[in-house]
Design a protein around this ligand. Sequence first.
Ligand code: X1H
Length: 400
Amino acid sequence: MSTSCILRNGRRVFALISGGRRGTCALCGVQRRFIIDLSYSTHFMDFKGSSIPSSMKKLMVTKLSQHFRDAVALQTVPVPTPGDGELLVRNRFVGINASDINYTAGRYDPTKKPPFEVGFEGIGEVVGLGLSASSRHAVGDTVAYFSDGAFAEYTLIPAQKSVPVPAVKPEFLTLLVSGATAYIAIKRLGDLAPGQTVLVTAAAGGTGQFAVQFAKQAGCHVVGTCSSNEKAGFLKVIGCDRPIVYKSEDLAATMRKEYPQGVDVVYESVGGATFDLAVNCLANKGRLIIIGFISGYQTASGIPTIRGGTLPVKLLQKSAGVRGFFLPHFLEDYKEAIGNMMRLFAEGKLLCEVDCGDLAPEGRFVGLESAFRAVDYLYAGKNVGKVVVELGSSTLDSKL
Ligand code: X1H
């Protein structure tokens, strides 16, 4: 057995998986790298006889573009080795976010040049880990994470970023970015009181579904916009008092007629004309929370146009406010948010709707290559709930 002592970032770390012993799987012919116990602890033991292959599929941004298919390529790369404080996670589900294309367009960090990895969140099993990570984790742990590079069969994550989950269910994945965004934005910026009115745009989407439920739980009257009757039905199920199908109803006219005093809070993710409309229906002292502006992301600038010139006047006239919300700026609230949402889900008080594309034209999103279809599906506004891609083949499943 070769002892694996590698240099990573200039530091010496002991790897808990090793390329020392390799074998070819008799069933599929894939070169596998066995997990080898390099320690004196059962933490590093082979997990239920499973092995991990030496190579894997991964999506990489090879060119900056706001069009996911132009920006991203499917590559075969070596399965990485965990450094000291890292976990190697075999992803079973990965989450699609509207902002994935802001990332592929280089908007998150304009200094970052391709190639770089993509994907914000995943859930799966720990299959390898570094020495200091082993004080709190073990091979076989089920974890979810909000970290870079999720669109891969295996992802290395810093152990501190892992969220322990009771099972590898896609419902838990919905909480990491979409749920946490709604929970923290509403709690920290909403200033909700019972009896107030909240408007949620794209209410049946990945994050909208949570905003509806948290506003309802705060004792508010909730109005939600969506694009179809099917989505309006879903909104009713999650407690939305007034679903508005904006394709068949004039949203501005309905708001003027039914909410002449305006709404206290808007949870807004569409941008452009929808943002303008949201400003117009704010009540006195209303709060508009910008969590995104999806209507602009596929354009060159990424920014939809608004009637900005009148914004200061309108805010002044209503003593209203507009606040932006970007999840990484609120990580101090993250643990509490995830813990509370997990408890609500376990108690049956939170519905986490997952859309794996079962009704999509080419069917369920299975395998990394289906991330392309999944992004298109989200941008076509077809999803009800969070768009999730399932990874992992049945042959691997039988080994784990
Ligand atoms: C450092 O802070 C940020 C914040 C947002 C860095 C990048 C962004 C970004 O790319 C985003 C973004 C991120 C999350 C989210 O939920 C929505 C959005 S919208 C957006 C953006 C879009 C177009 C641009 O030209 C610039 C930013």
